[in-house]
Design a protein around this ligand. Sequence first.
Ligand SMILES: [Ca+2]
Length: 287
Amino acid sequence: MLWSVLVIFTIGVIEKYPGAIIESPDKCNASILTLTGKETFQTSDYSDHTRNYSSDRAIDGNTKSCSHTCSESKANDWWRIDLLGLYEISCISLYNTDQKNIKMSSAEIYIGNSSEKTGTANKRCTTLHGFNPGTNKTFICDGKPILGRYVTVYQHNSDFVVLCEVQIYGTKKDLRWKLIKENKTWVDALYYCRDRNMDLVSILNEDSQGWVELEAKQANTPFVWLGLHYSCTLVFWFWVDDHRLEYTHWDSGKKIDECDTSAAMAVNGGLWSIKPDNEKLNFICAV
Ligand SMILES: [Ca+2]
């Protein structure tokens, strides 16, 4: 009787959590990150007409469901996760089922803040040596932990990227950018930041554009002020922290040189537009 109860209980547990257990590696010295709700991408989805082996299957907590790319052009395939925050990443655990067509041992992991699609502009964490199908293997980045928002698994050859479960160990870091959910004119927003030893944000490259877009997503207004102002006297645009305006992300046709205007980022899509200085918007301060 007791055995029957035990067998029924055990089967129940296995069915509820099919293969979800991946043991925590001791050497990582960091907590496992919750990946639920993070955004995943891959070059293409393999499909067998019953299902799409989409990128999110690599983080669904189930080792029996896998992501699988399908490169028809034989280009370099990749899988990527956007952690939607800055993390110091020390280890990555990967699991794949035992299937003949999985060849992942020469793929590489890249970590960093560049949103460039292939991810190879970021720092190389390690190569997946010894990552054989049917195994769970934890990779420690060569050298030391790497700071980043994006983790990419990249194939340098024409093999597919197949990942049944990905786990990441790391520590969340504070961002330099802070959304202020108060509606203020551009000048009041500028002084709000400066009174607190910050400045209205400057966007100098694609990376900082990505971070500010991420922060702006939580805003209560459809646009957020940036620290980019038009000077009628000098007849040019300038960042209030004295950086030169080189990188831009204007919405096409929305840049007009006009007195008493400043630049604001659209919460939806991140493009920049011109707004009258007296409009009241949320804004982003930079430390
Ligand atoms: Ca899975």
